[in-house]
Design a protein around this ligand. Structure first.
Ligand code: SF4
Length: 694
């Protein structure tokens, strides 16, 4: 269905890769997709795209796609292709049998940040209404759950504060723990344009990313901190801002909780948190920290953009709150050019969180303790929702090993590859009696599944994705689902096989239900999206065309809350056996574990994961460029080839995680964020030694 030729029409839809959410025109000839081109009226991308959005869509027609449902009694049996009716009846019977034997809470599900808002809403509805529990979690658990916690605590809502246009009004930009050039390329282009116009850049990253010194851009400061010391660095910057009198007193007095500010200011003023006192810990010269802090506080409009290098730490939530503290202390919130902006990795990670995918939150980030919010859904769905949070993914797997959790529906995520501690994930999955994988391909998790429900690609579905700037973009069906059912229809069919009686005729009706139950989406409808192209939530009576910049007149929580951010070192320590620190990232042409990008025709992109190591560390180990090395940690080991580079400092090594052969998560530890269980992927103590290959 995808071929070359001259198009005769085009359908505007949204890229299914990163959180920039570029609008693309799918150019068609009859029912055949000829090419994807960036849409000039797309408000997130303004006529631009990167190579992934433009050229990496061929996976949708890849022969590895599974087209028919499959079941098996036990995971050591071969798969058996069956009809949708048989697969859904088998699944429903198994799940109900588990509940009859082990209780309502013995099953649960995981939503996907790759799927639409409407599909995600239905999965959490399936779990809360039909399964009868709150055991719903999302793959955002392993990436931006600390963003949700940190920004909700400090500002009152779990989302970035700005639209992408805002960067054009920034005078100073702090990029911390993100590599936009590779991870969010279209946003990176807009940022670089602003830098070429004279805005100043501070990069805080253990690795010398391209933004530090690339074509036409040069960072004013590169704070090459030791992995795992974000909180110490940000607190040292706060120390400078407070002790040198660089705070925005008027903003703090008017907009923030006075008592919390006083406590925080006293805390960060302590001498042991100064740049000089923490220099040995962070590895960043004190003078650089001082200069960067002064620039951020006094350089005009200052914006912060961050990524997984902030969140995937044992102090991920603390780091997000340390960032929010800096923005509030300097009054850099509530107008164009400033703000706190998480660069979301997946196309709909914002939306999957918005849609109630967490075990403690209903759609719109309302806690299950909130009786009024529960009541809205209870009346509409004719069900009682527990006021107790359900199980997070790691807790589900722990309970599975213990035998009390026995059935899991996984939509659009390969948890065996993407979640930490692969051995524990495998043990949990193997212990269950009904694992349902709903995906495009037979992924690694499917090795432990009893039911495989074939999924549909973004080209085959209608719905919406919400990007990193809270923008709801329409996803439009370009071709009919290869499997006969779009993903939302599969979830509805499973709910109905379990007795639900849902009767949605189109995803627009699901959005109508989202709008009717969720105040921040109250004004959203497909009609509005057709008229406006896209809107940013909150979109309701107070903001009928959406909200590009949040917290303009006041914070969503009322007064902004400063939080004391004690630095607590990770338990993942280096030592004689594991003297180096491993951190990880992505490259432009690949995406996460590569399930899509590795299935494109562009084989020149495929490459391999390499280990970047400083020449000094390589020399002491007898390692030369291109040598195979053994990368070992306390959790496990893998093999890959070495690249010698001073992009990383001595003592730090770096790799990507796009290829299943590398199995980077075999090496990572099982430490996680104290507040959200987001795994600490960015800090692993390792040893590297010359090897003979895999
Ligand atoms: Fe897709 Fe992101 Fe590239 Fe845009 S920048 S085309 S959303 S991968």
């Amino acid at each position: 269905v995808i071929e070359h030729g001259t198009p005769d029409r085009a359908i505007v839809t949204t890229c299914a890769y990163c959180g920039v959410g570029c609008s693309l025109r799918a150019e068609m000839k009859g029912d055949r997709l000829i090419r994807m081109v960036p849409w000039k009226d797309g408000k997130a991308n303004r006529g631009h795209s990167c190579v992934k959005g433009r050229f990496a869509f061929g996976y949708a027609a890849h022969p590895d796609r599974i087209r028919n449902p499959m079941i098996r009694e036990t995971i050591d049996q071969p798969w058996r292709e069956v009809s949708w009716d048989e697969a859904l009846a088998f699944t429903a019977q198994r799940l109900r049998a588990i509940q009859a034997e082990s209780g309502t809470g013995a099953i649960g599900g995981i939503t996907s940040s790759r799927c639409t808002n409407e599909e995600t809403f239905l999965v959490q509805k399936l779990i809360r209404q039909v399964f009868g529990n709150n055991n719903v979690d999302t793959c955002a658990r392993v990436c931006h759950s600390p963003t949700g916690y940190g920004l909700k605590t400090t500002f009152g809502t779990s989302a970035g504060t700005q639209d992408f246009d805002s960067v054009e009004a920034a005078d100073v930009v702090l990029v911390i723990g993100a590599n936009p050039t590779d991870g969010h390329p279209v946003f990176a282009s807009r940022l670089k344009k602003r830098l070429r116009q004279g805005a100043k850049l501070i990069v805080a990253d253990p690795r010398r990313i391209d933004l530090v010194k690339g074509p036409h851009v040069q960072a004013a400061h590169h704070l090459a901190l030791r992995p795992g010391t974000n909180v110490a660095l940000l607190t040292a910057m706060a120390h400078v801002i407070v002790t040198e009198g660089l705070t925005d007193s008027a903003f703090i007095t008017e907009r923030c909780d006075a008592e919390a500010f006083a406590d925080w200011a006293a805390f960060v003023s302590e001498e042991h948190l100064s740049p000089e006192a923490t220099e040995a810990l962070t590895g960043v010269p004190a003078d650089q920290v001082r200069q960067a802090a002064r620039l951020y506080a006094t350089g005009g409009n200052a914006a912060i953009y961050y990524g997984l290098g902030v969140t995937e730490h044992s102090q991920g939530s603390t780091t997000v709150m340390a960032i929010a503290n800096l923005a509030m202390a300097t009054g850099n919130i509530g107008r164009p050019g400033v703000g706190v902006n998480p660069l979301r990795g997946q196309n709909n990670v914002q939306g999957s969180c918005d849609m109630g995918s967490f075990p403690h939150e209903l759609p719109g980030y309302r806690h299950v303790h909130d009786a009024e919010a529960r009541g809205v859904f209870e009346r509409l769905w004719n069900v009682t929702i527990s006021d107790e949070p359900g199980l997070r993914i790691p807790n589900m797997l722990d309970a599975a090993v213990d035998g009390s959790f026995r059935g899991l529906y996984v939509q659009g995520e390969d948890i065996l590859q993407s979640d930490p501690d692969t051995k524990h994930v495998a043990a949990g999955l193997a212990a269950m009696d009904c694992v349902i994988v709903h995906d495009l391909f037979l992924n690694e998790t499917a090795n432990y599944a009893h039911v495989f429900l074939p999924g549909s690609s973004f080209l085959e579905k209608d719905g919406t994705f919400t990007n990193a700037e809270r923008r709801l973009n329409r996803v439009r069906r370009v071709m009919a689902p290869m499997t006969g059912l779009a993903d939302w229809e599969v979830t509805m069919a499973l709910a109905n096989a379990m007795g639900a009686g849902w009767d949605y005729a189109h995803p627009s009706e699901i959005m109508d239900e989202i709008a009717a139950t969720t105040p921040s989406f109250a004004g959203v409808s497909y009609d509005l999206l057709e008229r406006e192209g896209s809107v940013q939530w909150p979109c309701n009576a107070a903001a009928p065309l959406g909200t590009p910049v949040m917290h303009e007149a006041g914070f969503v929580r009322g007064k902004g809350l400063f939080v004391i951010t004690d630095y607590v070192p990770t338990d993942e320590r280096t030592g004689p056996r594991f003297p180096l620190l491993l951190t990880t990232g992505r490259i432009l042409s690949q995406y996460n574990v590569g399930a899509q990008t590795r299935r494109t025709a562009n084989t020149a992109w495929h490459g391999e994961d390499r280990l970047e190591i400083h020449p000094h560390d390589a020399e002491t180990r007898g390692i030369a460029e291109g040598d195979w090395v053994r990368l070992a940690s306390r959790s496990g080991e893998t093999s890959l080839r070495a690249t010698l580079t001073d992009r990383v400092s001595p003592g730090v090594v770096y790799t990507t995680f796009h290829h299943p052969e590398t199995q980077a998560n075999v090496v990572t530890s099982d430490y996680s964020d104290w507040a959200t269980n987001c795994p600490e992927y960015k800090v692993t103590a390792v040893q590297v030694a010359l090897s003979n290959g895999p």
